[in-house]
Design a protein around this ligand. Structure first.
Ligand SMILES: [Zn+2]
Length: 518
C-alpha cells in the first residue's frame, strides 16, 4: 500500500444521481494514502507524495473481470495463433515467422522447448497437413499445433519423439492426441512456462485497466499467487476452490475475503465454485423445456450435475465456513435450482453465466443476496447455437436488462479463455449485442454504457475510504451517450459500443501503485 496524488482527472459518473456531467465536468485531484482514497477535490495541496498528472483525462475505479481461468488464459495467449488460416502453407508461414523470432542458438532448452500453436481448422483445406510440412520448416525444434476444436495435434518429427508418439505421415488425433496433450503439459519446464505466461497475462490485463480478477482455475491456484505477487507486484485476486478441494480450504480456516498468506492481502479467498449443469454447445445445460433438436439427445432437457440435496449440502457447508458460492448455472432449470439452494441455505454468492433465465424466476432472485456473474462476449459467439437449440426462448437468453431492472447486482467477466480477458469487449457486447459491424440481437435486452461500466468496477466508487484503484482513460466512455440513468438508445448503441471497444487506457493504479502507464 502506498501514496499517490493524481492530478486533474475527470471522474466518470457511475450512478444515476452522480454529480457532474462528463466531458464538461471540472477536473479534480485524488489523493491516495496508505492504498486508500484519502481526499477528492479541486487543487488539493501538495502532499509530499509522488504525483501522477491526469491532464484532464477521464478516471474510473479499477476494472475487474469476475470470471477467469488464469492459467488456461495465459497458456492460450502465449501460444502461436494459427487460427483463421486457409491451408497448410499459411500455417507453415506463421510457424516460420515465429521460429525466426524465438529460435536462438542459445541454451539447448531453447531448441527443445516446443513451439506450441493453436487454432487451425482443416475442414475445407485443399490438402491435409503432414509431419513433413513441419519438418521442412523446423527440422530440430519440436512444433506442436493444436487444432481449433482440440481434437488433433499436428506435430513435426521431433515433437512426435518428444511426446512418445510413433512416426506417421499425418496428425495425431482423438484419444491418442488427448494422451499426448497430457504429456505436453507435464514436460520438464512446462509448469515454469505456464507461470511465466501468467505473469505476462497480468501485465496485459493491467494495460486494459484491470486491477483484479476472480480466478476460477481448475487446479488449486492459492499456493501459486504469492510467487506471482512477488514477481509482478500488486494485482487483486479472489481465488476460487472447487468442491473436491473444499476440505483443504476449510482445514486452513479460510473464509471468503480472507487474505492469502504471503500476498500482502492482494490475493484473497474467493468462493466455492460448483458446476451445477453443462453447457449450451454440448446441449447439456439443464433447461425447463426440451432442446428444440432433442430427438437425438439422451436427456432432452439437459441435466443437472448434482441433486438438489447434494447441492444444498455443499453450499450449506461452504456457508457454515464463511465461504460464498459461485454456482455455475447455464440453463433456466439449473438457475432455478441454484436460486432454491441459495434460499434454502441462506448462502451468499453468485450465479455464474445465467445464460437462460425464466422470467418467472427473476422476482425470486431479486430478493436473494446473489449476484448475476455474466460474460456478455459469449452472446456473440453463442447466438447461432442459441437460435438453434432454444429458438422459442431467445428473449430469455443473455437477458441482462430484466435482471438489472429487477435490482439484481450484475458483475461482468470473460470466462477467459472462452472469451478474451478484455473488460472493454465485455462492456461493448452488453451494449451492442452483436459483432462490430454486424446486427444486434435482441437489442431490448442490452445495457447502457453507464450500466455496463458500473457492473465492471466490483461495486467500487472513487470516494474517500475506498481502495486506491483507478484507471485513466484517453476517451470519455460516454462520448456517444449512455450516462447512468439515461434510457437505452438502440439507434446509438453501435457507436456507444465502439467507444468502449476502442478504449485506450493511459494508466492503471492499484492501491496507490502505478502498475501501468503514467
Ligand atoms: Zn469458467
Amino acid at each position: 500500500m502506498t501514496d499517490l496524488l493524481v492530478r486533474a482527472v475527470r471522474p466518470v459518473p457511475l450512478d444515476r444521481d452522480a454529480p457532474g456531467g462528463t466531458s464538461g465536468s471540472q477536473p479534480l485531484d485524488i489523493l491516495i494514502r496508505g492504498g486508500q482514497v484519502a481526499a477528492v477535490g479541486t487543487d488539493l495541496p501538495d502532499a509530499g507524495v509522488p504525483e501522477l498528472r491526469g491532464e484532464g483525462r477521464w478516471v474510473v475505479p479499477g476494472l475487474w473481470d469476475q470470471h477467469v481461468h488464469m492459467v488456461q488464459w495465459a497458456l492460450v495467449r502465449s501460444r502461436l495463433d494459427v487460427s483463421g488460416t486457409n491451408g497448410v502453407e499459411q500455417v507453415v508461414d506463421r510457424v516460420r515467422a515465429a521460429l525466426d523470432t524465438t529460435e536462438s542458438p542459445g541454451p539447448d532448452h531453447a531448441l527443445t522447448a516446443p513451439l506450441i500453436g493453436w487454432g487451425h481448422r482443416t475442414a475445407g483445406w485443399a490438402r491435409q497437413p503432414t509431419v513433413a510440412d513441419l519438418d521442412a520448416v523446423s527440422p530440430r525444434r519440436p512444433v506442436v499445433l493444436i487444432s481449433g476444436d482440440g481434437h488433433h495435434g499436428w506435430l513435426n518429427s521431433s515433437a512426435l519423439r518428444l511426446l512418445d508418439c510413433p512416426p506417421r505421415e499425418g496428425v495425431v488425433s482423438e484419444n491418442e492426441w488427448f494422451d499426448a496433450y497430457d504429456r505436453l503439459g507435464s514436460l520438464p519446464g512446462a509448469a515454469d512456462q505456464a507461470e511465466a505466461a501468467v505473469l505476462e497475462a497480468i501485465t496485459a490485463a493491467r494495460a486494459q485497466g484491470v486491477v483484479g480478477i476472480v480466478d476460477l482455475e481448475f487446479s488449486p491456484a492459492w499456493d501459486l499467487w504469492p510467487a506471482r505477487m512477488a514477481a509482478r507486484g500488486p494485482f487483486r485476486v479472489r481465488t476460487g476452490v472447487y468442491a473436491s478441494r473444499l476440505g483443504e480450504i476449510t482445514a486452513r480456516g479460510w473464509a471468503t475475503g480472507d487474505p492469502l498468506p504471503g500476498t500482502d492481502g492482494w490475493a484473497r479467498m474467493g468462493a466455492l465454485k460448483i458446476i451445477s449443469d453443462g453447457s449450451l454447445n454440448t446441449r447439456t445445460a439443464w433447461c425447463c423445456d426440451p432442446y428444440a433438436d432433442s430427438e437425438d439427445l439422451a436427456d432432452p432437457h439437459g441435466l443437472p450435475n448434482f441433486t438438489q440435496d447434494e447441492l444444498t449440502q455443499l453450499v450449506g457447508t461452504a456457508h457454515a465456513h464463511g465461504l460464498e458460492t459461485a454456482l455455475h448455472a447455464i440453463g433456466d432449470r439449473a438457475v432455478r435450482q441454484a436460486l432454491d439452494v441459495f434460499r434454502a441455505t441462506g448462502a451468499t454468492g453468485s450465479v455464474e453465466h445465467a445464460q437462460l433465465v425464466a422470467p418467472g424466476d427473476v422476482p425470486h432472485w431479486a430478493g436473494l443476496p446473489v449476484r448475476a456473474s455474466i460474460q456478455p462476449a459469449h452472446l456473440i459467439d453463442d447466438r447461432a447455437a442459441t437460435e438453434h437449440c432454444w429458438p422459442d426462448r431467445t428473449r430469455n437468453a443473455f437477458a441482462y436488462r430484466p435482471l438489472l431492472e429487477a435490482g439484481i447486482p450484475l458483475t461482468l467477466g470473460s470466462d477467459a479463455p472462452v472469451a478474451p480477458l478484455d473488460p472493454w469487449l465485455a462492456m461493448a457486447a452488453a451494449v451492442w449485442r452483436g459483432p462490430a459491424g454486424g446486427a444486434a440481437w435482441h437489442p431490448e435486452l442490452s445495457l447502457t454504457p453507464g450500466e455496463a461500466l458500473a457492473a465492471s468496477v466490483d461495486g467500487r466508487r472513487l470516494t474517500v475510504g475506498e481502495p486506491g484503484d483507478l484507471v485513466l482513460l484517453n476517451q470519455d466512455p460516454y462520448a456517444e451517450g449512455g450516462l447512468p440513468g439515461a434510457a437505452p438508445e438502440p439507434l446509438r448503441a453501435a457507436e456507444q459500443a465502439r467507444v468502449l471497444r476502442e478504449m485506450t487506457v493511459e494508466a492503471t493504479v492499484i492501491g496507490g501503485h502505478l502498475v501501468h502507464g503514467g
